[in-house]
Write a protein that binds this ligand. Structure first.
Ligand code: H79
Length: 414
């Protein structure tokens, strides 16, 4: 029996810091971006791996500027990014010694974009997280699961060598890029229907990572309850406790929470998908996530020319404008009421931020054991004349004259 995972004090501290961030940007960028059909195109397009690899031979994102990306992201109020170091297509977006199929050795671009992004994040004070796929659609030693059947490889399943490959790559990531603060794993579900059950050896993998870097936060998009050794819990396309997209049947743990969602419908760049959520929708998502004590990891699929899509930049700017004013009601807050008919709340010490998302309400009734010390309009700072109903133990707060889109915010001090 292995001893139970006990996070180090540095790890606990890193969790707390991460939990205060509330907003990060996910970046899905790879040679798949060139096809402009999303990051699953090798699989969904039933492409042959050698034909697909030609995208590497002409990968030259001439307009890529890591500093520009990170500046735009920082201005949105995001506190961290999560970048795809290697997606299911097996292509490493950094200089690895474990495979020639990487951005430095296999493209004319020859630049280690991961290194450039890491440096830009360091410079701007943005925390740097990495996405890493444990599933692989090209390697022969990867034991093929539910996906990646048509890439033309000769299956030579050997999880021992594949596992060692992953360990070596993760070691490179943690040692060559010292500001990597978290690893975000994906692809577990490729083997979630195996009989007998497939053993990814995750506890061993996680022990290896934490031995290399105890404070490195580990999360895994396995859509199940957290597994021994994980430091945060994630939800895909749904808020914790919701399962509208069908990917989140898991319970909610005590670990820091993160939900990921895309600005449009796809993760990797998809030219036909210009259906971006509005700034109001995205801000509302940040607010609803915060009310559940959850970070939003909001995805952008950068273009093959190296730029962020104009619509994504527009959304970053819009979110940034709101965060500039209302950030105090989001960052470092704790979960509050998450499902009142008028909206939600976030909490910080004895202060409650009441986010009135429903435009119809002219006053709200808020349950509270005793009369609050002060109630004010967050935006103007004007003190509000509330009533306290002793019998019902509710505060009745008038909302007349309070402005705000998409929410009107009231500060209540108990
Ligand atoms: O990186 C992005 C996506 O490429 C990856 N995760 C995000 C962050 C992702 N891939 N698929 N999904 C997310 C959705 C999962 C679909 C699944 Fe299934 C449904 C997995 C298991 C059932 C169908 C059957 C696809 C794979 C097996």
């Amino acid at each position: 029996m292995q001893a139970q995972y006990v996070p180090t004090p540095e790890n606990i501290q890193a969790r707390q810091q991460f939990d205060g961030f509330r907003f990060g940007i996910f970046l899905h960028w790879g040679i798949y971006s060139e096809f402009a059909q999303g990051e699953w195109y090798l699989n969904t397009g039933k492409l042959n791996k050698d034909e697909y690899a030609k995208a590497a031979s002409c990968f030259y994102p001439i307009l890529f500027d890591a500093n520009q990306w990170i500046k735009a992201i920082k201005a949105s109020g995001a506190k961290y990014i999560t970048f795809t170091s290697r997606h299911h297509d097996s292509f490493s977006m950094y200089k690895t010694n474990e495979s020639r199929y990487n951005i430095v050795d296999a493209t004319p671009f020859k630049r280690d974009v991961l290194k450039e992004l890491a440096a830009a994040c360091q410079k701007e004070g943005i925390q740097f997280h990495l996405y890493y796929s444990i599933l692989d659609w090209i390697r022969e030693d990867y034991p093929i699961g539910r996906t990646g059947h048509d890439t033309g490889r000769t299956p030579r399943p050997n999880y021992d060598t594949y596992f060692q490959f992953m360990k070596n790559q993760v070691k490179e990531l943690l040692t060559n890029y010292p500001n990597v603060a978290a690893l975000w794993f994906d692809g577990y579900w490729d083997h979630n229907k195996d009989v007998p059950a497939f053993d990814w050896r995750l506890p061993e993998f996680y022990r290896y990572i934490h031995a290399l870097k105890p404070e490195c936060l580990i999360g895994n998009n396995h859509h199940t309850d957290p597994i021994e050794g994980e430091d945060f819990q994630m939800f895909e396309r749904d808020l914790p406790g919701e399962n509208k997209a069908g990917l989140s049947p898991q319970g909610i743990s005590e670990l820091p929470l993160e939900m990921c969602q895309t600005m449009n419908g796809m993760w990797g760049y998809k030219v036909a998908d210009q259906d971006y959520k509005s700034v109001e929708e995205l801000v509302t998502l940040i607010i609803n996530a915060a009310a559940k004590g959850c970070n939003l990891l909001l995805n952008i699929g950068p273009q093959p020319n190296g730029e962020l899509p104009a619509l994504a930049i527009n959304r970053l700017q819009g979110i940034g404008k709101w965060m500039n004013t209302y950030g105090e009601t989001i960052y470092g807050t704790h979960r509050g009421i998450d499902d009142a008919p008028w909206g939600v709340t976030t909490k910080k010490g004895s202060t409650t931020f009441i986010h009135v998302l429903n435009k119809e309400y002219r006053e709200i009734e808020y349950p509270l054991a005793k009369r609050p010390k002060l109630v004010k309009d967050f935006l103007s700072g004007n003190v509000l004349k509330y009533k306290y109903d002793k019998k019902k133990k509710t505060v009745i707060i008038p909302l007349d004259g309070i402005a705000g889109v998409p929410d009107r915010v009231v500060t209540m001090i108990e």
